[in-house]
Write a new protein. Sequence first.
Lengths: 348, 444, 357
Amino acid sequence: MLSGCGFKDIDKRFFVMSIGVDVAKNSPKKYLVSLKFAVPSSSKDNPTEFMIVSEKADSMAEAVRIIKTKVDKEIDFSHAKVIVYGDEVVRQKENEGINYWFNRRRDIQSIAWIAIGKPSALDVLKVQPKSEYIPSNALFLTLGRDGSETPYVISEYIFDYKFRLIERGIDPLLPIIEAKKDILEVNTVGLLNKKQLKLILEPEETKLLNFLRNREEKSANKVSKGGTTIVIDTHKVKTKYKIHTPKGKAPYLMVKVSLEGIVEEATRTVPYEKLSYFEKAAEKKLNKDIENVLMKIQKANIDPIGFGLRYRSRHFNNDDWEEWKRIYPKIKFKVQSKVQIEDTGLIE
Amino acid sequence: MPSNKVQSIQESITSKIMHPEDMVFKENHTKEKYMEVLYIKTISDEAVLHENVLKPFFEITGSEEFLNYLQSHPKISEFESEQKTIDELMRGVAILFYQDFVFLFDCKIDRNNAVMDTTVETTIQGPQVGFSESLPVNLGLIRHRYPNTSLKVESTEVGRLSKTKVMILHDTKFADPNTLKRVKEFLANVDIEMFQTGEQLFDLIRKSNRALFPLMLVTERPDRVAVNLASGKVILLVHGSSYAVILPTVMKDLMSSMEDIYQTYWIAKFLQLLRYTAFNLSMILPGLYVAVSSYNPELFRVQLAMSIAGSRTGIPYPSFVEVVLMLFMMELLTEASIRLPKAIGPTATTVGGLILGQAAAEAGLVSNIMIVIVSFVAISNFVVPINAFSFTIRVLKYFILFLSTIFGLVGVVIGFFMILAYMVKLDSFGEPFLTLIQSKPNKE
Amino acid sequence: MNRYLFYIVLLNMIVNVIIFVPKILIQYRYEGAVMGVIIAIPIGVALNYVYSTTINKFPEQGIPEIIANSTHRWLKIIHLCSIQLIWFTAGLITLVGFIDVLARFINPEMPKLALLVIYLAAIFLIIQLPTQRVMYFLEIVLFINIPLIGFIILSAFTNEYLSWDSMLEVGTHIFERPSLKSIAAATYCFSSYSNLIIFNRVIKGKLKIWNFIAIFFLGIFNLFTAFFIPIGFHGSDGAQQYLYPWISTADSLRLVYSPIERAIFLFLMFYMSITLISISVNWHVSLELIKGTFKDKVSKKKNWLVLIFYASCSAAAVIYLNTVLLNKITIYWMICRFGFEIFLVVLFFLWARRRTA
């Protein structure tokens, strides 16, 4: 009687921790799907083991069905929190099937993280840093900002990814995880348009993108002036932007950034009087850097920050989307930043 | 010489009580007076009889004067009916046959009138004295604490064979007359042969004779009785039982202990919150464990799911069998520890705790997490101050466990609310059982 | 108690956040749903006000008692029968819809009939209680659940992934012509006052004006939450694709510091009890109306007969209605109900006017 009700003990289930999707090489099938399972251990002394099972198939559903025959317990996706796309998968175009498979299934959490894996998803899944207790825990902590908080990581949830895939005016972005021996490095972001990967940003640019999204407040900024280089440890970064379309003149986008921090490292002593010089230098540098990033993104014709959506929301006409498509490639960016260095730490 | 009428009464009484071994029938003669005394020596206090009747009998010389003495003695009452006389005789009253009169002399022995310490409902501070097993002593204890004229005492008899005397107390200023009427009707309709103590009334309150929730409160503390009298409840004192019955009872009373008024306000509130949490936890936890581990392991975080899966490796049976097994062991332990002789008591707890728990886990019979859960459930069960109610909770959790085995998480939630709905349906002598938050309707 | 009216209205508002209203409103978001919502609010509050004050003139009586003295017997029977039917189908639709939700998210392998069994067991226990006890139970359930649901809504509002731009974007379509379907769906949030048909028995005292002001504000907040929050999480274009927008929204909330990380489970657990009491309230009204149609006392057997009828209808509904069909039927049912409600309120108002004049 109970078997018809879905009663299945927890030790008869096999929990998937992360999913990886790659392009299948040397095979007529499209994808290589890998699932990283956690093998529970009965005592606290040994950490949980893991097991990776891969399968080539044309679609996710097919792959999962075949993998079911390879393992002895029932596959349970309810704790699958990371989904990694291989580098080449995102570069190719027809990914809708796998994109929507994750959303259609009720048991994959909408708050699962999604990322790009370099060189391939399988390599990322294979890495097990010594510090992790449960398989993929390192990935969970990094992407979830529960562990180290750094501005170089942009994390993305599945529901947000889907939001950006469909919504007109905002484009998807995914963090890129690099597998290096026993360590996973996450410090770049990949920008996609609605279909494929278009642009990869450098770590510094990633940091600036994070600033623009108002997501990260702690960071380190390097500023040089007159032979002295200081590093500002920011604790507050706020960004506001506004799209101006004055009649008859060229449209422009005004970005206002305000940054507050203290000096963390300096090659020479920094007296209090000189702080304003450094502030101005920092402002100029910040302006230029942000403008460069924005122009680089604009050239690739993608919009991860959502300027288009903002434009649509502020205008009542029905064809505002078409208007924006014309405006965006030509719009000028004006950045005004305000840097405030509060003090120089414990010493000058 | 006793008159004929008195003679015939005396003969019929002696024949009706069928000459037991401990009956004493003695004729007392002096020069002017003749008296016959009939009593049952195991329940009559012979010293009192001697002091108050026999000594004056031989000291007072005139027969008229002795008659006056008898008629004015407070412990002596007149003959009313034969049946009543026999009833009183069976309770320890001595019957005096003198001239034309039959007198009843109250010399009942009260053996169990020691005032005891509270055993079941202890508090940290405050009065520690409990009731004794004698009705007059208990009444006296209550009157000490409640010296108001509005305290009304009525008495009735319950039980066909045991003929137990029951006293109904209430405060006329506070008690609701409807409730009082219902209580009296209820007592009059109780059809039972042996009535030993108030707890037997638990079942009889419900028409179907099968009740799950206690709708009366049984207490051994006179201070609790006094506090309840002041809030308008009706108290029943039963002869021979050291527990008084408080009616009507609602859930708030079942979850309150005397600590609440002996501590400061916030601490009392905190303790109440603790009790309610323990009550809920103790009901839901086993069912929740089964639902989470077998139906929806995605409910909790992944680390917890991994630990549960890890500790369940090697257990040969499904989770609900494991839960039932552990709960059964715990029930056995609880039941046995009530009846353990004092010498073996501590050993048994050690056996139960250490060996059953630890060794069972080592042998792979139950998982570690299960042991934690079951001990949690056991402890939170006893946080509820009223014993009868904690028994109820022990039974209720099996209901939720059953539902959650079949239906999973839905079973736990719906089962909990079904119990809540049943509690809303109950009422205790006209007052709704679950008056936790809403105001009492008849007080507006 | 005046707060009892509040509880009844609140109940319907909360239930609708899950079941049907968001999906319908979001489906028509570019075709006049926003204007529909704005129109629906005054209509809803007005209906509330008219009906409540009218029935308040007959203190502590439900409709069976009120129209018991009326002369037109056939009219009375038709009136009562139609109301019974509508109430029964209201509860039925909620029941079938929620069992579908449960079967999809919590117990995917359990046959729907099994879920139906346990819900019916609990519902039958509740609807046979006297009306005042049902009200007590409602109060308890609301007390337990509202703080927690409020917490989830709060964390939805303050989530950093909530895109206010998308919501504004849908707001820019405010000047489209409103569609009847969206007005009907939005007024359903307010329509629980009609449960006063029976629950007037437990309402004591006069209803004050602040009751209706509170309903007004709550209604605005509720409609806003039900309609716009899913759009903020899933995008103005993407929200349409979800079958149950609010449940998927709850799934997107991450409670970082709690042992239950996915908010969807908390959300669904609380909603299990809320739908239980909502269906019970609806069916209790229907059962009491049936009991009131017959002049004599209802025997136990008749009671059981009605319950068996309810059970078999719901079993049939669960078996035959799948989600797509259910959605279609719901939209048309809402329109019917909307029209019927206006008719009912107006009729009652005129009749009471004539009675008390």
